[in-house]
Design a protein around this ligand. Structure first.
Ligand code: Z5A
Length: 207
């Protein structure tokens, strides 16, 4: 458990569709709470009233120009950070967030052609110095993740992209993790949910 009065830890979950981020964020938050850690579970795009409204624009409309789409994600993210994430961390609450800025680099960058330079400028503008303490990348072959996600029968426009798009997104997440081993850990998301959770909990408590 974090010492009283200290800043909360910021943990992000990343990966392709159907990799199990939502499942893990629920279970990990519950297990952290059982360990006595004050924890807030949130998601992107969304996590604050204005950001949820932008989520409706992003998922409900489009296609967007890639830079415009990235700016929408970062506008939502800025609201999310300002209204939800930063106040929680400052209050000593840990934040478990389903997707964050790495998703923009993977989807709008590798997927849609946004340059890394523009992504970095948007990070600086929207996030200041805030970066996750720990990022868990749930890695799964896209066809397996898509199979899981499509079973729900409510595919969004990202899920409807072709196999090459999803392969680029997966490779981008693995490249992010390889480039920042101090922040990121890759979890094999083909393992049963409880095994994924145990590995995530160990990493979270050590973060
Ligand atoms: N997006 C973007 O382009 N740029 C950005 O900056 C951001 C996002 C932040 C948001 O969609 C979309 O926005 C997203 C990227 C884009 N693209 N898509 N799609 P979303 O929030 O609606 O969905 P998502 O983030 O992709 O998550 P998801 O599809 O809901 O999947 P998930 O959360 O990773 O999986 P899950 O719901 O936990 O699990 C899916 C099913 O698999 C479910 O039936 C589970 O019971 C099952 N499951 C989970 N784990 C396991 C294991 N370990 N074994 C077997 N079965 C499992």
């Amino acid at each position: 458990m974090a010492p009283e009065g200290s800043r909360g830890r910021f943990i992000t979950l990343e990966g392709g569709e159907g990799a199990g981020k939502t499942t893990l964020s629920r279970a990990l938050s519950a297990r952290l709470a059982e360990e006595g850690v004050p924890v807030l579970r949130t998601r992107e795009p969304g996590g604050a009233p204005g950001a949820e409204a932008v989520r409706g624009l992003i998922l409900g409309q489009g296609p967007w120009d890639p830079v415009a789409e990235a700016m929408l994600h970062f506008a939502a993210r800025r609201e999310h950070v300002a209204r939800t994430i930063a106040p929680a961390l400052e209050a000593g609450i840990w934040v478990v967030c389903d997707r964050f800025a790495d998703s923009t680099l993977a989807y709008q960058g590798a997927g849609q052609g946004l340059s890394r330079e523009v992504w970095e400028r948007l990070c600086d503008l929207a996030l200041g110095s805030l970066r996750p303490d720990l990022t868990l990348v749930l890695d799964l072959p896209p066809e397996r993740g898509m199979g899981r996600a499509l079973q729900r029968g409510d595919a969004n426009r990202y899920e409807l992209q072709d196999a090459d798009f999803h392969a680029r997104v997966r490779a981008a997440f693995l490249a992010i993790a390889a480039a920042e081993p101090d922040r990121c850990a890759v979890l094999d998301a083909s393992r049963p949910p409880l095994e994924v959770l145990d590995a995530a909990l160990d990493l979270a408590l050590a973060a």
